[in-house]
Design a protein around this ligand. Structure first.
Ligand code: KG4
Ligand code: ZN
Length: 369
């Protein structure tokens, strides 16, 4: 026996293996001011947040493990899982405390169940399930990428489909057409590295710290974006897909050649040229998609959406065509639980509930259940 049947009986009169009788509390949907507890542990941030009415962020606690993983030059999955286990309950406690709420006040629990690192996802998901079961409170599983998109709705509740959204993070580069809330047409995605991954991998070759994106953005400010003509993968191709592996190889070769010749690396120029190449491709494809779909509103989301050059360039090109561009504040671009609570609120209000056997889905894609 791996479980204590008596203990389980106390929580909801349920015995292992028996179908669970769902009580009324699990199905009830409270009003517009519902409090949703969001939980996010898909990668190296342990995060919890309480959001009221889908837009009022009462707390947004993010315990970052970045300093720990920096020692290894990237995220070590096993270390991430262990750290999440240590941090998950203190982070949730703090989120509740800062929101002035107790678990009993929470109307629904929203949790990321994919995509991400399986061991990391399981920590947040197990905590969420245990609390939802004990509190007889609805559980709503959220796709991490959908969470990133909803960071925009947190800050701009007036946003309405149709929209084109570019989601760019360490693991994803997806160009989406959103015709109604919760429905996503994937127009294009990366065929190899994600945009954030390209930033991080090239930064590593340059000897910069993890995560590389913010480091490259910082150095790029004093560099010349035209100094090196790095390749812009698939920019002319008749597709909304992306490819960053050619850029990565070109940057690595450039650095190795200079090192072999014993020359000093023009780090700021490399950073600026690299950022320009990535931004150029992202902006060109996103604006082309918005034009083709006759969309006036363009969203940016995901960690790379914190990049100032991307925000500036996309706004400039799209505004010139009469389109409006929205992006979340930097703290809501990178991983956080407020965006998960926000996405959870809308799904909860639509009556969606996740089953108790909801499992971590490391390769979950948008639109999949
Ligand atoms: O969304 P996120 O926090 O985690 C994932 O879901 O992957 O994104 C992290 C990624 C990293 O690759 C990081 O280098 C990149 O976002 N990033 C940036 C910037 N801030 C974070 N990339 C470019 N410029 C930035 N300012
Ligand atoms: Zn993310």
């Amino acid at each position: 026996m791996f479980y204590d049947a008596d203990a389980l009986q106390i929580i909801g009169n349920w015995k292992w293996g028996e179908p669970l009788t769902i009580k009324q509390g699990f199905l009830e949907t409270k009003g517009q001011d519902s409090l949703v507890l969001g939980i996010e542990t898909s990668c190296d941030e342990t995060a919890a947040s309480v959001v009221r009415g889908g837009r009022e962020v009462l707390s947004n606690i993010i315990a970052s493990q970045v300093d720990l993983h920096r020692l290894y030059g990237g995220v070590v999955p096993e270390i991430a899982s262990r750290k999440h286990i240590e941090l998950i309950m203190p982070v949730i406690d703090l989120a509740l405390k800062e929101a002035g709420a107790s678990l009993q006040n929470i109307d629904a629990i929203a949790v990321t169940y994919g995509p991400g690192l399986v061991g990391a996802l399981l920590v947040g998901l197990s905590a969420a399930k245990a609390m939802a079961l004990a509190l007889e409170c609805p559980l709503v599983g959220i796709n991490h990428i959908e969470g990133h998109i909803y960071a925009n709705f947190l800050e701009y509740p007036e946003l309405e489909p149709p929209l084109v959204c570019l989601t760019v993070s360490g693991g994803h580069t997806d160009l989406l057409y959103i015709d109604t809330f919760g429905h996503y047409d994937i127009l294009g995605r990366t065929r190899d590295d994600a945009a954030g991954e390209a930033f991080d991998k090239i930064a590593r070759v340059l000897g910069l710290n993890y995560p590389g994106g913010p480091e490259i953005a910082r150095l790029a400010r004093s560099g010349d974006p035209k100094a090196i003509d790095f390749p812009r993968g698939l920019i002319q191709a008749d597709t909304y897909d992306f490819s960053f592996s050619g850029l990565k190889t070109a940057a690595i070769n450039y650095v190795h050649n200079m090192e072999q010749r014993g020359e000093d690396l023009p780090i700021a120029d490399i950073a600026a040229s690299l950022q320009a190449a990535i931004v150029d491709v992202l902006v060109t494809k996103t604006v082309a998609a918005a034009k083709a779909y006759g969309v006036q509103t363009v969203l940016l989301s995901g960690g790379v959406a914190a990049n100032e050059a991307l925000r500036r360039e996309l706004s400039a090109v799209a505004n010139a065509l009469g389109m409006r561009v929205y992006y979340p504040s930097p703290v809501l671009c990178t991983d956080n639980a407020a965006m998960i609570a926000c996405a959870g609120y809308y799904r909860y209000r639509r009556g969606e509930r996740s089953p108790w056997d909801l499992n971590a889905a490391p390769n979950l894609r948008l639109g999949e259940v």
